[in-house]
Design a protein around this ligand. Structure first.
Ligand code: ADP
Length: 389
């Protein structure tokens, strides 16, 4: 390694994840959870061995930005004289124009601040640590990597809502998210699944947050998430696609205010709300409770239906890729989705699926089905290195 180390920061409302990369090698992974309540840090080497975590008890961080600053002395010690060449940050919203990651300047931060109303739950927490790092070390380059950027290739017909035109001009349109994950999958597809890489592929990012992306030759053509990361598939605690009249009903007839509706749709719905058991698919799969099973059936139904919808947007389907926590690990859910997609030419190789193979469709399947682990942090590290080189 001649060109220094890259830091990667992924800040949420109450957590901050960080990694250090040398080239494509991850050397360090850590996270601070419970920020603002009971912050606790943990750290591992890239190979997964636990490290003594930073001690935050002297001055418990109240915000993710505080957490980044509080981590610095521990990181300096861990770096033992080596230097970071840049920090790459995950930023949920790049607005309608950012189609690629960008080197952060104070002016650009002000521009990104304008998208806070479009992603009030995420954007402020993404931006504050960038400001904190800039203030502390103005000479260290910072790069913003947007979850929306990969979807800027989506044709305009698939980006607009059928609302009055001026609303699209005001930014009320579909943006799509999980873009760093989809971009990583697109980058490895030619090697991992060469027979489908140039074709029409639906990538299923199924994790705690879940969405699908229609890719033609590695470019996003449509996606299930829209204006926010609430749309599309039902998720751990988010409702997914919903008739907007339900919101009107809750507010006008049931007297709920915006805050209560937001809590309902983001935190009390999805798998948790349907099952009454858990938002975690491992718990649902292990549960005997009928509603836990039913929640999984609803999830599978929506995934399969939306695979068909995205295939429709591309005029056909050549490949299906599963990724993220559920997509990479949940054999039973992959099997159920593939069965429901059988009419589109998906033929599952049950043994390969159970054995956690990479290609899980039969040799004769018209649609090639693959399981590919995603790596959003590596994507951020690569972009950051490329931009500061
Ligand atoms: P996010 O990054 O959105 O927080 P992940 O991609 O890490 O989410 O996925 C988390 C989800 O993956 C959880 O619901 C978890 O239950 C599920 N998951 C992880 N491992 C397994 C497994 N072995 N079987 C089933 N589900 C799993």
């Amino acid at each position: 390694m001649t060109d220094g180390l890259i830091g990667v920061v992924n800040a949420g409302s109450s957590s901050l994840k960080f990694s250090i990369y040398a080239g494509d090698d991850c050397l360090l992974n850590g996270q601070v959870d419970g920020i603002g309540v009971r912050p606790a840090a943990k750290a591992r080497t890239g190979a997964g061995e636990a490290l003594p975590p930073p001690d935050l008890s002297a001055a418990p961080p109240a915000t993710p930005a505080d957490a980044l600053v509080a981590l610095m002395p521990w990181l300096q010690e861990w770096l033992a004289g080596r230097r970071l060449s840049a920090i790459g940050h995950r930023v949920v919203h790049g607005g309608p124009n950012h189609a690629a990651p960008a080197r952060v300047t104070p002016a650009m931060l002000d521009e990104l601040e304008a998208f806070v109303p479009l992603a009030p739950l995420h954007q402020p927490h993404n931006l504050a640590p960038i400001r904190a790092a800039l203030a502390r070390n103005p000479g260290l380059p910072q790069v913003a990597c947007f979850d929306t950027a990969f979807h800027r290739t989506i044709p305009e017909v698939a980006q607009v809502f059928a609302l009055p035109w001026e609303m699209a001009e005001r930014g009320i349109r579909r943006y799509g998210f999980h873009g760093l994950s989809y971009e990583y999958i697109a980058s490895v597809l030619p090697r991992a699944a060469p027979e489908i890489a140039a074709g029409r592929v639906v990538v299923a990012h199924l994790g705690n947050g879940a969405s699908l992306c229609a890719m033609r030759a590695g470019r996003s053509m449509a996606t299930t998430m829209g204006f926010s990361a609430l749309d599309g598939l039902p998720m751990g605690t988010r409702c997914g696609q919903l008739d907007p009249a339900v919101v009107l009903h809750l507010m006008t007839t049931e007297g709920m205010d915006a805050e209560a509706v937001e809590a309902l749709l983001y935190r009390k719905s999805g798998m948790l709300g349907l099952s009454g058991v858990s938002s975690d698919f491992r718990d649902l799969l292990a549960s005997e409770k009928p509603r836990a099973r039913f929640a999984i059936e609803v999830f599978v139904h929506q995934v399969a239906r939306n695979v068909a919808s995205l295939a429709g947007a591309m005029g056909g389907l050549d490949g299906l890729v599963f990724t993220a926590g559920v997509g990479e690990n949940a054999v039973a859910i992959r099997e159920a989705v593939c069965r429901a997609c059988g009419w589109m030419g998906v033929e599952l190789d049950e043994a390969a699926n159970a054995a956690r193979g990479k290609r899980i469709s039969t040799p004769g399947s018209r649609v090639g089905v693959h399981v590919i682990p995603t790596d959003e942090n590596l994507m951020i590290a690569r972009h950051t290195r490329a931009l500061v080189r």
